[in-house]
Design a protein around this ligand. Structure first.
Ligand code: HGY
Ligand code: MN
Ligand code: MN
Length: 395
């Protein structure tokens, strides 16, 4: 709740965009929590924050848990933040219980998971795992033309004395706790989900170029209206994706010059396409160029794919460890596929990785009304703590 106050919106949500002053304040709060717990704090060249509870074998690769503290502009209190706070709670519980893990246990806050200010998201976990070159990340600009590099510089300068670690340092296992952001757990009345994997996603940007004209004088038949062409393309894409029930979202849509009496000369929009079956996702994503070409006339359309993430399945051993932890604690848990993307999708290629879901009200997320109960969040945190102890002790 105190983290949610940083960037709190009037409607009960949170707007704490990546690499902003709000995020700097939130990072300060986490560092204060860590120092109060006696944890050591590290960062890296993309600003990820690592909070470390030392294990008895300092040479052993740590067990890491965490998520992100940046939010969507109309985000909620729990997306990302829950996973970081649950990590702190689990470490505090270990300290209170006098647990003596062999492996160090670290809580991480990955930078810019959401990608709403600097796109695409997951920059922190992608840089750490070298799944996206840091040079490519640093040159991305936000809507005001500010580069990731410039915004990051201010964030790093706000906590200048943190020890830096290299990208790609060994991790024994990564576990991310997160609200489900869907209705399955709530509908089943179950407090914990053992995540089986994450559906694949492909992200594109489409630019449609036409010609500005006078709204009153230019004959309709002579217009090259970029907005109308974009709308034809979007509707044709919807029809193309519908038979496979793909998740298709156009969330960003810019019109130029975006004034009432000028025929739009340019339309620029995002495509967020997701599907659990990799072959279907490949086929549908590859169809976008032809749909644009077929419906752009008399304008011209250009498309660019900015991110692609394959459908993945988390290792059975990690899923079994989480399920066993829930079982030992008598907390009901069911397997569940993640339809939302998470930093765990990047860590999956770096170390054995898994996720723990908890319900959220009506499955609502990426919405200021996002809500979760303390009882459900505590159940997920207890399963997380037991999982971390198991992974950090039985080495
Ligand atoms: O879009 C996603 O799936 C994530 O919540 N950012
Ligand atoms: Mn998230
Ligand atoms: Mn999110």
């Amino acid at each position: 709740m105190s983290l949610a106050e940083i960037g709190a919106t009037a409607n009960g949500g949170v707007c704490r965009l990546a690499l902003t002053d709000e995020e700097i304040a939130a990072r300060r709060l986490l560092i204060d929590w860590a120092e109060a717990l006696g944890l050591s704090v590290f960062t890296d060249d993309i600003g990820n924050l690592f909070f470390r509870l030392a294990g008895s074998d300092p040479e052993a690769a740590p067990v890491v848990t965490g998520s992100h503290i940046d939010t969507q502009p109309t985000g909620g209190k729990f997306d990302g933040a829950y996973g970081v706070v649950a990590g702190f709670e689990a470490v505090e519980a270990m300290l209170d219980a006098g647990a003596a893990p062999t492996r160090s246990v670290e809580v991480v806050a990955w930078v810019n998971e959401e990608g709403s200010r600097f796109s695409p998201g997951m920059m922190g976990s992608e840089a750490f795992t070298s799944r996206r070159p840091i040079a490519q990340i640093l040159e991305v600009t936000d809507a005001d033309g500010i580069t990731t590099a410039a915004a990051l510089e201010a964030v790093l300068a706000a906590s200048p004395n943190l020890e830096r670690r290299e990208f790609g340092t060994p991790i024994a296992a990564f576990i991310e706790a997160h609200i489900e952001q869907g209705p399955v757990l709530e509908r089943n009345g179950v407090p914990v989900g053992v995540v089986t994997g994450i559906q694949g996603s492909r992200r594109f940007r489409v630019e449609v170029n036409g010609e500005a004209g006078h709204a009153g004088t230019q004959p309709m038949a002579e217009r090259r209206d970029a907005l109308l062409a974009a709308l034809r393309i979007v509707d044709a894409l919807r029809a193309t994706f519908a038979p496979d029930d793909a998740k298709f979202t156009v969330g960003l849509f810019d019109v130029t010059p975006n004034v009432p009496s000028v025929v739009p000369s340019r339309a620029y929009f995002s495509i967020d396409l997701r599907h659990p079956d990799q072959a279907t996702l490949a086929r549908l994503g590859d169809a976008i160029a032809a749909v644009c070409a077929d419906h752009a006339a008399p304008c011209a359309a250009r498309i660019k794919e900015i991110a692609t993430s394959e459908s993945l399945e988390f290792p059975e051993a990690i899923r079994a460890t989480i399920a066993a932890a829930a079982d030992t604690l008598d907390i009901p848990a069911i397997p569940i596929l993640s339809l939302a993307g998470h930093d765990a999708r990047q860590l999956h290629y770096h170390c054995p990785t898994g996720m723990i879901f908890t319900p959220c009200k009506d499955g609502v997320s990426h919405n200021e009304a996002e809500s979760a109960t303390p009882a459900d969040l505590a159940a997920g945190t207890r399963v997380l703590a037991a999982t971390l102890v198991k992974l950090a002790t039985d080495v």
